[in-house]
Ligand binder design. Structure first.
Ligand SMILES: [Fe+2]
Length: 192
């Protein structure tokens, strides 16, 4: 069944009940869609020693082996998922996917990892590699430095014992199945 309206200002509550039910069902299937997108990062290495898919898995593997919690490991797994859709601001894509489900400081970490990672290459472009120091007093600073320095910038090694996606899948499912934080998502339809 489809809604009876052709424009929102003619819609009725039963239209929205149907749409809302379909939306909630569709939302349940987000993990396979995220995986399908991660899968798009396989193949072309863009000149790096490994493709972005392997890089994401390797970053998550290093995070796990360093004792990071599940949410942080999932952040590591998805941190570069936006590389093909938003090559100039890819961190925003991972941040948008994770925002309803993760701690605001982890969200801050994902959103800023591009700039913090720049410590390792910005000087080659004649840019200030220390620009992340502008955020030294931010509560997310230390975790973002650790993420970039220990797990992200080190994860371009084709010989590293990288764990497969199947290892991380249950973690991804658990994190994305969390109830969205207040302010994200929609409440129940009001029938009266
Ligand atoms: Fe990365």
């Amino acid at each position: 069944m489809s809604a009876s309206f052709t424009r929102f200002d003619e819609s009725q509550v039963d239209d929205w009940q149907e749409i809302d039910a379909r939306f909630r069902e569709y939302r349940e299937g987000v993990v396979p869609r995220v995986i399908a997108h991660l899968d798009r990062l396989r193949g072309d290495t863009h000149g790096y020693p490994v493709d972005r898919y392997t890089h994401c898995l390797q970053t998550a593997t290093r995070a796990e082996r360093a004792g990071a919690d599940e949410e942080t490991i999932v952040c590591a797994l998805l941190h570069d998922i936006g590389d093909d859709l938003a090559p100039d601001n890819h961190a925003e894509i991972a941040a948008a996917i994770l925002e309803p489900f993760v701690d605001p400081l982890n969200l801050w970490m994902i959103r800023h990892h591009e700039l913090f990672q720049g410590y390792h290459y910005r000087h080659f472009y004649g840019l200030d590699r220390h620009v992340r120091e502008d955020y030294r007093d931010h509560p997310g600073y230390a975790r973002t430095v650790r993420f970039c320095d220990e797990w992200d910038q080190t994860s371009f090694d084709p010989d590293y014992d990288t764990l497969p996606l199947s290892h991380f899948l249950p973690m991804l499912e658990r994190v994305l199945a969390r109830p969205p934080f207040e302010g994200a998502g929609l409440p129940d339809i009001q029938a009266d």
